[in-house]
Design a protein around this ligand. Structure first.
Ligand code: NAP
Length: 282
């Protein structure tokens, strides 16, 4: 995807060079674009300078050189402390905040940006740092649609750029929704490993659990008419019966909500819910 961009189209400043910010900067550098980098701890700019980026002494210096500014730091308080000193330089530029946060935090930062004549996009990176810019990775964006259209070619260097709506909080909402599903998978994995035992866990995970979860991902969007609720409720009851001694947190996170879904008979509706969500991304 990145090969489609010319160097001029991928010019951007990157503020924040933790594992994710550094991966973002590298993905942009790899397209041949002009990239300025800044980080609170200046030492983190060194490997990126060697890779071709311009190390800025201040966030304002980095911002001044580019129409698009990406900030990716630990949380919104940090994001604010990074961008606020550069407020004047950010005017009439596009600020893309890829820091994880809540929809409310995104809306508040968007309002701050609007008050200072800054075009604002909020985003959620649905990849680990090594996946940034790789096939299959995607980043969610919401906020100023015109700013998204203008920045899209640059942002595509980070992965497929998916715009989810003008509400600045929408990307954070989808991001947290997807992470919620992911953490459910992790919680289930912990429960599974407790059932199997630590000794056999590595082989179990590699040879059985990953292939099974991969195959089952499709079940989220297929109708479950050949897997009736009564059958699934029995399997859940059997899991509970066999899970004596399994960490209580794993059980309550995994089994409690599923019991509620099946007790309400809503399990069969899950595919429809998923389709509705997917249509919203359209
Ligand atoms: P991180 O530990 O969340 O963030 C590290 C970055 O935040 C560093 O640049 C650090 O600067 C900066 N920072 C922290 N507090 C600061 C403050 N008060 N003022 C200025 N800068 C501050 O690691 P990360 O992996 O790079 O994550 C960045 C964002 O990407 C997070 O919102 C995370 O949720 C998101 N994300 C990460 C992953 C992942 O797998 N890593 C995946 C998806 C999304 P210093 O170097 O000076 O400490």
């Amino acid at each position: 995807m990145s090969q489609a961009n010319s160097a001029a189209e991928t010019s951007a400043a990157v503020l924040g060079l933790g594992p994710m910010g550094a991966a973002i900067a590298r993905a942009l550098i790899d397209t041949g674009g002009k990239v300025s980098v800044w980080n609170r701890s200046a030492a983190k700019t060194a490997p990126l300078s060697e890779a071709g980026a311009i190390a800025a002494a201040t966030a304002t210096e980095a911002v001044t050189a580019h129409p698009i500014v990406i900030v990716c730091v630990a949380d919104y308080a940090a994001a604010r402390s990074v961008v606020e000193p550069a407020t004047t330089a950010l005017a009439e530029k596009t600020l893309v905040n890829l820091t994880n946060g809540t929809p409310q935090q995104a809306r508040e930062l968007s309002a701050w940006a609007a008050a200072h004549n800054i075009d604002y996009l909020d985003g959620g990176i649905m990849a680990v740092p090594t996946g940034v810019g790789q096939p299959g990775s995607f980043v969610l964006y919401s906020g100023d649609e015109r700013a998204f259209a203008g920045a899209r070619r640059t942002l595509t260097a980070l992965g497929n750029a998916v715009y989810v709506g003008p509400d600045a909080g929408a990307a954070a909402n989808y991001d947290l929704a997807l992470l919620s599903a992911m953490y459910g998978m992790f919680a289930g994995t912990r429960h599974a490993v407790e059932l199997v035992g630590e000794d056999g866990a590595p082989q179990f995970i590699e040879q059985l659990l990953v292939p099974f979860l991969t195959a089952m991902a499709g079940a989220v969007t297929t109708d479950a008419s050949d897997s009736p609720l009564s059958m699934q409720a029995t399997a859940l009851a059997n899991i509970v019966a066999a899970s004596e001694g399994v960490h209580a947190a794993s059980q309550s996170h995994l089994i409690g909500p599923m019991h509620e879904i099946y007790a309400a008979g809503a399990g069969a509706q899950l595919p429809q819910i998923v389709r509705k969500l997917a249509a919203g991304l359209g």
